[in-house]
Design a binder for this molecule. Structure first.
Ligand code: ADP
Ligand code: ZN
Length: 723
């Protein structure tokens, strides 16, 4: 009898294929193998034949032999179930999900060392501008040829040239050296009564080794991290693994510091900025079970943990847990599913839980654990709304007089100030004073944003960049370009004008481009080398700066326009989070919110601190509209470089929409960003009752239609971004 194996190959365009298992080779479900595909070889994973239909039935006599097994632990059954579930729920090819589990191809190769390169300090005899650029950008960095070339924005050949001249040298890196184990008893904090009670619930859940979704609902500064650290300590004691998901890699550094202080060793870090050698080492440690605690961005969710005992999703309300490319999954929701397949607790930690999560508590599906007050002597900050109509800033300025006075006093006391505006760059719109010409991105339906620091205008959607022209491209007049509205750089200019002595820092994804930059920022804040921080949403989460006592929200109305169903909720969360940075220690904190509409329910809730009433009203509004979590949405996005083709396809899809009770299909309409990265986009929105199997309907519906190859159709189940 020849053994037959169904294999899911790492190619999203292919369904599962069958192969023959050669004699002497082990190929059980989960085994990572190499298979022939045409003239090539490809990685894949053996699957249970009854759980995944083969893409093409092939007789035993025509099967090709598998080439070999990879020397790595198999993909565990719980992860195989998660891959199936994710592919099914989000209508994604299973191979695209599998790719996230096998996220380190070098981890699957046999080598135990990799050759990396670093600068020697010697300069090449013949210096070219490319070589100069490469050496300048490489600096202290070490990495593979390819990684250095990417970092330096030069070709591989330039890097190889530098190696042959002796300016770079080879370093053999052992990739499987063990990680230091964390010590659960290294430094146990004295918990408050509330914290102890909360920690006891989480620890018991870890001990129970059963699926248990838990909402850890604690105000900012209540010590949620200390509490879930106790659950992690319990998992370490029992020899099992924990995973902590963070919404931004910029938050990794502060997390690592706290983790090391508590456990005496570093956790395993997983994010997109890792070098290949680090990736391989982490992947293998996770797969072997050696990695006790992993902290990472959402992609860490699909790694092959061997014995997971706990998943924590920190700042679980953050919408950055939703992936907007490739597989459109929401890491918070997938984390809960993983906990179910692994039979372990999942802790969602947040000061401002999403309405979806609260509703699960109401329905009794999630347990709620509360931390009602800040830890120690710290009090929640006072919050004041500043009515921009009644007390406007001076002409051409953005800070209202009362906020200016508060900043004066704070700086006077030697304390730190945070000004929050969720807009990168200098101004959101630049136009010509003479002819009114506006700078639009050639690839997107979006205005170009001026970045004065680097003298460029940039599209924040596709990354298109141009120099700021000296004269208007339309009317040719010089010096007539004016900036409209503020971005963080413009607020920084105003702060420089008002407080020339104060040390300022602008914190955005432009300036905090790596974990190292984030660490430098934290260090400067702690050393009081910064008096005023001006930042985007990047500074609203997780940070703990005891000397920061004043927060100014420049434009609290910003998130409310645009008709997004979660706009008010998101504004509440964002402002609460940024307000939560103020007064986290002995010194009291104050928050000023600049708004045109201080009477809006969300502003009143923020000022009055009445979250419960706000959530209740929002939840009722959602219930009435049958919006999530009471009803469900799915978006079908049709895009093409050829506008007519996209339009035709969108209409054809609409025409073939099945008639289903309690389901409506809206559109097609041009997406708000009607053109993105040179592609024209149309959107259909499917709205249905919760009880309807929207995935099955979409599969049947879209499966029966053909569209031209130049048109792309993507489905976004439970969409968050309506752009
Ligand atoms: P949250 O995540 O809920 O906003 P944190 O976990 O960041 O709060 O805690 C706020 C601050 O209080 C941190 O500096 C933390 O180290 C400190 N803290 C919280 N609980 C304790 C404790 N039991 N002992 C000592 N420090 C604590
Ligand atoms: Zn663009």
């Amino acid at each position: 009898m020849s053994a037959r194996a169904r294999v899911l190959l790492l190619n999203a365009a292919l369904g599962p294929l069958d192969y023959r298992v050669p004699e002497g080779m082990v190929a059980e479900p989960g085994s990572i193998i190499v298979a022939p595909l045409g003239p090539r070889q490809m990685l894949g994973v053996v699957w249970e034949a009854d759980r995944m239909r083969s893409a093409g039935e092939v007789g035993d006599n025509r099967l090709r032999n598998l080439i070999g097994a990879v020397d790595a632990p198999p993909i565990p059954a719980a992860l195989r179930r998660l891959i199936e579930w994710t592919a099914d729920y989000y209508l994604a090819p299973p191979a695209a999900v599998l790719r996230m589990a096998l996220a380190s191809t070098s981890a699957l190769e046999g080598a135990r060392t990799l050759t990396e390169y670093r600068a020697t300090g010697a300069l090449p005899q013949r210096m070219t501008s490319k070589r100069e650029q490469a050496l300048a950008r490489i600096g202290e960095r070490q990495g593979l040829i390819r990684e250095l070339a990417l970092a330096a924005e030069v070709s591989d050949a330039v890097i190889r040239g530098l190696v042959s001249t002796g300016a770079l040298e080879a370093v053999e890196v052992s990739i499987d050296s063990p990680f230091a184990p964390p010590d659960p008893d290294f430094s146990i904090p004295a918990l408050s009564t509330d914290q102890s009670a909360a920690a006891a619930t989480l620890v018991a859940a870890v001990e129970a080794r059963a699926f248990a979704p838990i909402l850890l609902d604690g105000v900012t500064g209540s010590g949620k991290t200390e509490v879930y650290f106790e659950a992690i300590a319990q998992a370490i004691r029992s020899g099992q693994q924990s995973l902590v998901l963070l919404p931004e890699i910029a938050l990794t550094e502060p997390f690592l510091k706290r983790f090391t202080a508590r456990f005496g060793a570093m956790p395993i870090v997983w994010h997109s900025d890792l070098r290949q050698s680090q990736r391989r080492r982490a992947w293998r440690a996770i797969a072997s079970g050696e990695a006790r605690v992993t902290v990472g961005a959402r992609s860490a969710l699909f790694l092959p943990y061997r014995n997971l005992a706990l998943i924590v999703v920190d700042e679980a309300h953050e919408t950055s847990f939703k992936q907007e490319e490739g597989v459109h999954y929401h890491a918070r929701d997938v984390a809960v599913m993983r906990g179910r397949f692994e039979q372990c607790p999942v802790v969602l930690a947040s000061a401002t839980p999403a309405i979806e999560t609260r509703q699960q508590v109401v329905l009794g599906r999630y347990t709620e654990v509360k931390l009602p007050g800040r830890y120690g002597v710290a009090q929640l900050p006072t919050i004041t709304a500043l009515d921009l109509i009644a007390e406007p800033p001076q002409r051409g300025r953005w800070l209202a007089p009362r906020l200016v006075a508060a900043i004066d006093e704070t700086l006077e006391r030697g304390e730190q100030v945070l000004l929050f505006l969720n807009r990168r760059g200098y101004a959101p719109l630049t136009l010509c004073r003479t002819c009114g010409h506006r700078f639009q991105c050639p690839n997107c339906t979006a205005w170009m944003v001026e970045h004065r620091l680097v003298r460029r205008i940039a599209c924040h959607h596709c990354g298109h960049i141009e120099k700021v022209p000296e004269k208007c491209p339309e009317c040719g007049n010089e010096d007539t370009l004016v900036a409209c509205g503020p971005g963080v750089e413009r607020i920084a200019d105003e702060a420089a004008l008002l407080w020339p002595e104060a040390k300022r820092a602008v914190i955005t994804s432009d300036t905090i481009s790596s974990p190292a930059k984030a660490a430098e920022f934290v260090h400067r804040m702690e050393a009081r080398d910064i008096d005023i921080v001006i930042g985007t949403q990047l500074v609203t989460k997780g940070y703990h700066f005891p000397n920061l006592t004043l927060v100014g929200v420049i434009d609290a109305d910003l998130g409310l326009s645009g008709g997004d169903l979660r706009a008010a909720e998101r504004t509440f969360q964002q402002v609460s989070q940024v307000a939560g940075r103020a007064g986290r220690s002995a010194k009291p904190g104050h928050v000023y919110i600049q708004t045109h509409d201080p009477k809006a329910a969300v502003m009143q809730a923020l000022v009055g601190g009445d979250a419960a009433a706000f959530y209740e009203a929002e939840t009722e509004a959602r219930r009435e509209a049958n919006a999530p979590p009471f009803g469900r949405y799915a978006a079908i996005i049709i895009s093409s470089e050829d506008k007519a083709a996209a339009d035709d396809t969108a209409r054809a899809i609409k025409r073939s929409a099945p008639r289903v009770d309690d389901m409506h299909v809206y559109g097609p309409a041009p997406a708000p960003l009607a053109m993105l990265r040179g592609r024209h986009r149309f959107r259909l929105l499917v709205h249905a009752k919760r009880s309807i199997d929207i995935q099955q309907i979409l599969r049947d519906w879209l499966g029966a239609i053909d569209w031209p190859g130049k048109v792309r159709v993507t489905v976004d189940v439970d969409p968050y971004s309506f752009l």
